[in-house]
Design a protein around this ligand. Structure first.
Ligand SMILES: [Cu+2]
Length: 177
């Protein structure tokens, strides 16, 4: 998707550059003012129309639905994560590969930032842990291995130690439910 957006942006920028160059050229040539004015109006209208078409075409699919990997409701894995100063409590250490996981994120005290990162430290999913709320974030893990849960909101002196981890396992038969 990012590549598509980049391509659309580049194409659009090229069109704009061509239009700009043509406008500059038409201003330089000493045509009667009226003709230039008509041309300018035509260009503004065509740019508007192109803009509307590109926007409608590219923005219609947004916001993205979260990939559910074809999971039915019973196949969705619920994981409860509770933040507190200064630890995460996650009710499982093993998560199945390729299934939709819903993290139900809570806090027992102050605001925390629930973030799931992979072994390279890339942030994969995040949501806020807020007093009085259960915030949900969905994710489908497509690589087995170790993942870490970190806190993404400065929540006190022990903030940096607010980490936990879980393993994504390919063979879900090993999991006890
Ligand atoms: Cu924190």
């Amino acid at each position: 998707m990012q590549t598509q957006v980049l391509m659309i942006t580049i194409v659009f920028m090229l069109i704009m550059a061509i239009v700009f160059a043509r406008v500059v050229r038409s201003v330089k040539s000493e045509k009667p003012l009226e003709r230039i004015e008509t041309k300018r109006r035509g260009m503004i209208w065509s740019m508007l129309i192109v803009g509307v078409i590109v926007s409608l075409g590219s923005l219609r699919q947004w916001p993205h639905s979260i990939p559910t990997a074809g999971s039915t409701k019973s196949e969705i894995v619920q994981v409860n994560a509770t933040g507190a100063q200064w630890y995460w409590e996650i009710d499982t250490t093993e998560i199945p590969l390729g299934k939709t996981v819903v993290f139900n994120v809570k806090t027992t005290d102050v605001n925390h930032g629930f973030g799931v990162i992979d072994a390279n430290g890339t942030l994969l999913a995040q949501t806020q842990a807020m007093p009085g709320y259960t915030n949900k974030v969905k994710y489908v893990f497509d690589k087995p291995g170790k993942y870490r849960v970190i806190c993404m909101e400065l929540c006190g002196t022990g903030h940096h130690s607010m980490q936990d981890e879980f393993t994504v396992i390919a063979n879900t038969e090993e999991l006890g439910g």
